[in-house]
Design a protein around this ligand. Structure first.
Ligand SMILES: [Zn+2]
Length: 584
């Protein structure tokens, strides 16, 4: 019995304390204060793996939490290649933040137990920003309404006219209002009167409705309702540095990084030169998105192939569909839109992905063949599909996916009915009872993605005695990762990355006779792009993953030299050698 316990303790060795990692709740979305407590708890429970810091403060005064996850005993975070994962760039997309937290929890709870997670944190670094918009998430949880990134007005303090979406009946959700109107464009659907369908083009004399978002009307003259652009439309994704189109939209912000959250995040990324890959977690659609975003953006061939392999693995694990952002854009393809890809991939050459978790349509049994979830964003779909959604809500969500139309006396409009699909809780987000199973396979993929990054190693460090107290020191270095040391071809093309450096350190009393102490070795390939061995057309693989540095050192027998190899994205490694006649 005691022996078993001892073996168990040894198996957990290297882990400071075997205390369990506090669980992540899946039955609710954590308010900011509760999230802060949980993150501190995790940091306290795994101090050898976690560094928790704030990278900035939001305008409402909330620190923006940023976590660095790596086994600190195997080297500092900056000396290892890194995967960056973020969540809640968009306030209403709660499941994205949960996915980032699920991954974080998995890393901490599985380290020392799961070989792949252990290898990942021993050899790589993971950065996690679980909630990019803490103000926005708390606002959506409080107000139950759609907010893109934050409820800060931009560009105007308040629109002069139009609907301000608000939970006017106080039931905790902001849905729709319908009003009887002989000139309304909607009518009840015969098969299920809860649904509204378009009145036929030639139809008159029936019972018609007008539909508005639930809310209050600014500048109401008793008759007309203005259609001003949204005043809380700021989209953090469009606020990254990168190419802005000639027409800047009200989602983009005053200038790149004008928003404090993005300024903090961009600066945190810029200060971490080791980031090779990045995933931002969003909802919805059941998609994994890759560059390009805009017409005219073309990926270099090696990156196209690497993206296909990496996103293909995501498809296999999650069942989601991998597609380029550009191919997803069913409308408005001509307009140049800014996105985080524009900076992370186009400028810095970081392999960046957007995961859009959850697809309520497929959950409800709706076929998306020959269409995409994005077509739904624009409201073009048959009513039969809405019936399926309604049935799904009735049968699987206890009716919660559709708020029953309830009479309400609106302070401005008089008698209305409030109800309709609860877009925020069941479209943008996964029902709580299936949230964990929805995000778990993605965390598997993130482990995989982290393990595909480059990783420098010293293969051998040897010395030949070539004279009295004279040595030829030879260091063979290699990239043991799948991706090349530079990560993407784009990083090379944009000159966003420098090369592999080999350094020889000698002790006092030794002297370098030949060879610079620091030598440039260029880039080392990874195993990516390997072809089938049956391809014999112009295929002459050599050892592009390997390089050699040489020095001639004058030193007494018994002196120590240290060979070091480093690269900002591929990590660093070093080996010591005691010079002796036997050392070759
Ligand atoms: Zn989003």
């Amino acid at each position: 019995m005691r022996a078993t316990l001892l073996i168990l303790m040894l198996a957990l060795g290297g882990q400071a304390g075997a205390q369990p990692v506090a669980p992540l709740p899946f039955d609710r979305i954590l308010r900011y204060d509760e999230l802060s407590v949980l993150l501190r708890q995790w940091a306290d429970q795994r101090p050898n793996l976690v560094t928790l810091e704030s990278i900035g403060t939001t305008p409402e005064g909330r620190p923006i939490w940023f976590l660095t996850i790596t086994n600190q005993a195997t080297g500092p975070a900056q000396d290892k290649p890194a995967l960056m994962v973020d969540g809640n760039m968009h306030a209403t997309e709660w499941a994205g933040g949960v996915a980032a937290l699920h991954f974080l929890h998995k890393l901490l709870a599985s380290y020392g137990k799961d070989e792949r997670v252990t290898r990942l944190l021993d050899t790589r670094t993971v950065y996690i920003l679980p909630r990019m918009s803490p103000d926005g998430v708390d606002a959506t949880l409080e107000q139950g309404r759609f907010i893109r990134s934050v409820d800060r007005p931009y560009p105007d303090a308040q629109p002069e006219s139009g609907i301000i979406p608000r939970d006017v009946d106080g039931d905790g959700r902001t849905v729709f209002m319908r009003l009887r109107d002989p000139n309304g464009p909607w009518k009840s659907y015969a098969q299920d009167p809860r649904l509204l369908v378009a009145r036929a083009p030639d139809e008159a004399g029936g019972d018609y409705w007008r539909v508005l978002p639930e809310g209050l009307i600014e500048g109401y003259d008793g008759v007309t309702i203005g259609d001003e652009p949204e005043h809380e439309a700021l989209d953090f994704g469009a606020n990254f540095p990168g190419d802005r189109g000639t027409t800047v939209s009200q989602t983009d912000g005053a200038y790149p990084t004008s928003e404090p959250e993005i300024a903090a995040y961009v600066s945190a990324i810029a200060r971490r030169a080791n980031i090779v890959a990045h995933v931002t977690c969003h909802t919805f659609g059941g998609l994994v998105l890759t560059p390009p975003v805009n017409l005219g953006e073309v990926l270099p061939e090696p990156d196209r192939l690497a993206y296909a392999a990496l996103a293909g693995k995501a498809e296999a694990l999650t069942g989601y569909t991998a597609i380029s952002y550009l191919d997803l854009r069913s409308v408005d393809r001509e307009r140049q839109i800014p996105s985080a890809f524009g900076w992370l991939y186009n400028r810095k050459g970081i392999f960046s992905f957007i995961t859009e978790f959850w697809n309520p349509l497929t959950a409800a049994g709706i076929s998306l063949e020959n269409t995409t979830a994005s077509a739904w964003l624009w409201g073009f779909h048959p009513v039969e599909d809405e019936l399926k959604l309604l049935r799904w809500s009735d049968e699987k969500l206890a009716g919660q996916g559709f708020a029953k139309w309830q009479p309400f006396d609106h302070p401005q409009l008089g008698p209305v009915e409030i109800g309709g699909f609860d877009l925020i809780r069941y479209w943008y987000n996964v029902p709580f009872d299936r949230l964990e199973q929805e995000v778990a396979p993605h965390s598997e993929w993130l482990v995989y993605l982290g393990l595909t990054t480059p990783r420098l190693a010293v293969r051998t460090l040897m010395a030949d005695s070539i004279g009295e107290n004279l040595w030829r020191v030879r260091m063979v270095v290699e990239n043991t990762g799948w991706l090349a040391t530079h990560g993407s071809q784009q990083a090379l093309d944009m000159q966003a990355v420098s090369g592999v450096l080999a350094t020889l350190q000698i002790t006092e009393g030794s002297r370098l006779v030949e060879g610079d102490a620091v030598q440039q070795l260029g880039q080392l390939a990874g195993r990516a792009g390997q072809r089938s061995i049956a391809s014999w057309w112009g295929y002459t693989p050599g050892t592009p993953d390997r390089a050699v540095a040489e020095w001639i050192v004058a030193a007494p027998t018994g002196a120590t030299v240290v060979g070091r190899v480093s690269h900002e994205r591929a990590g660093s490694a070093h080996t010591e050698l005691v010079l002796s006649a036997k050392s070759d």
